[in-house]
Design a protein around this ligand. Structure first.
Ligand SMILES: Nc1nc2c(ncn2[C@@H]2O[C@H](COP(=O)(O)OP(=O)(O)O)[C@@H](O)[C@H]2O)c(=O)[nH]1
Ligand SMILES: [Mg+2]
Length: 266
């Protein structure tokens, strides 16, 4: 179905489908998933986001908006606050090793927990942008797992294909993510599946991180408890020694405060 006409207007009318946004303060702490969508010019970054959030394809999107969208989603039966950052394009430098990347994009990369790397299957140069782009993300987040998916967009334009499926899969494997071929124009389900997969990845890596302090807390509590018991036992033993040295008998001692280690522990 061609939804291109749903915009109903000229190229001056952008984003005619309203996307409900939730205020950022509404976010539940530790239950926020922050995603940034990155890629070369005109690969369909904005179209994918709008498709995911509204199920619609408009056809004409304002260039280089850098808009932030916020939405509640349910993951494994639990409601989380999802934030998606759209970005202006990145481009390869002439030597093809470096990347033109605005400061605004660097800030978004730093901010995000998960990354949607987008190229168009009809544009091989947009595909070649991905590896340097991923290296750039790595430089900003040098350590740890980076939840990432690779999206080959415009899969409806099969006749214009320049990037075969296996090249997409190989590239995805090299950046440690899953490859999705999608069409923001034709197919909502594919786009939805890609975004939800990344949300799950972000959640999984966040949970793995969250358990670390809990483990530390448990071992700290155990250590503190053992120390406490040892101090009580030594104190009790000192009192006994003092009794022996001063010749006090058990009867006199029984009038003293209860020094049973069990009491110390409570
Ligand atoms: N045929 C087709 N066109 C698309 C698709 N996604 C986006 N486009 C078109 O590609 C152009 C650039 O899309 P846009 O989302 O603005 O790209 P961005 O610069 O990466 O944000 C627009 O004319 C879209 O209508 C798609 O899946 N299939
Ligand atoms: Mg855009």
């Amino acid at each position: 179905m061609n939804m291109n006409n749903s915009s109903g207007g000229g190229s001056g009318n952008f984003l005619l489908v309203p996307i409900p946004e939730y205020p950022l303060l509404d976010c539940v702490p530790n239950k926020t998933v922050k995603i940034v969508v990155l890629g070369a010019s005109s690969v369909g970054k904005t179209a994918l986001i709008v498709r995911f959030l509204t199920k619609r394809f408009i056809g004409d999107y304002e260039a280089n908006t850098g808009a932030l969208y916020s939405r509640k989603v349910t993951l494994d039966g639990e409601e989380v606050s999802l934030q998606i950052q759209d970005t202006p394009c990145v481009a390869l430098q002439d030597d093809a090793d470096g990347l033109y990347c605005q400061e605004q994009i660097n800030r978004s990369i730093y901010w995000a927990d998960g990354y949607v790397l987008v190229f168009s299957i009809t544009d091989h140069s947009s595909y070649r942008t991905i590896q340097p782009l991923y290296q750039h993300v790595r430089r900003i987040h040098p350590s740890g797992n980076i939840p990432v998916i690779l999206v080959g967009n415009k899969s409806d334009l099969l006749r214009a294909r320049q990037v075969p499926v296996d090249e997409g899969e190989t590239l995805a494997a090299s950046v440690g993510g899953v490859y999705f071929e999608a069409s923001a124009r034709e197919n909502h389900e594919g786009v939805h599946a890609a975004f939800l997969h990344l949300c799950q990845e972000v959640r999984t890596s966040a949970c793995a991180f969250d358990t670390t302090p809990q483990t530390t807390d448990l071992s700290f509590n155990y250590y503190f408890y053992s120390l406490h018991v040892m101090v009580c036992l030594w104190f009790y033993r000192l009192i006994e020694l003092w009794e022996e040295l001063t010749g006090r008998n058990g009867e006199e001692a029984s009038t003293w405060p209860d020094l049973n280690p069990q009491t110390c522990r409570s």
